[in-house]
Design a protein around this ligand. Structure first.
Ligand code: ASC
Length: 142
């Protein structure tokens, strides 16, 4: 019972966050998920360890990329957010950058399936490039 109550306490905040804050908080989690997958894939390929897990991270990134375009709703700009106004002001360009990320994630998952380094190398480069491309234009680190 004690453990159960503790579990509930961890997930139910005492004060609900305003919508924009809640959206921002979730977006930060999604970004960290993407970061986790790409840094895990980089570590696998660099260190030649846990090669069997490459596909798990590549598939996970496909799932994360599928969510990413939906986590920038209007009104989710907050003081803490590193998202530039261009996300909302230049929605067409932002969508293009998101599309690139989604297709690069799909490409990485397909490459991992082949198990060929000749496919995997360029695919992870393209994936990293799609992260960087979006960050260059739509993120200002604090
Ligand atoms: C990462 C990370 C990113 C991308 C980007 C690739 O590990 O957190 O945002 O790779 O740096 O250029």
């Amino acid at each position: 019972m004690k453990v159960f109550l503790l579990m509930i306490a961890c997930f139910v905040p005492m004060v609900a966050l305003a919508d924009g804050e809640a959206e921002y908080k979730y977006r930060e989690g999604i970004m960290n998920s993407a970061k986790g997958h790409i840094s895990s894939m980089g570590a696998i390929l660099k260190g030649q360890v846990h090669m069997d897990n490459l596909q798990i991270h590549a598939d996970g990134m496909v799932d994360v990329a599928g969510i990413m375009p939906d986590v920038f709703p209007a009104g989710s700009q907050t003081a803490k957010s590193e998202a530039l106004d261009a996300v909302w002001d230049d929605a067409a360009a932002f969508k293009e950058a998101m599309d690139k990320f989604v297709s690069a994630s799909n490409g990485m998952a397909a490459a991992a399936k082949t198990g060929e380094m000749g496919e995997i190398g360029p695919a992870i480069q393209a994936l990293g490039g799609s992260c960087k491309g979006c960050h260059d234009d739509f993120r200002q680190e604090h």
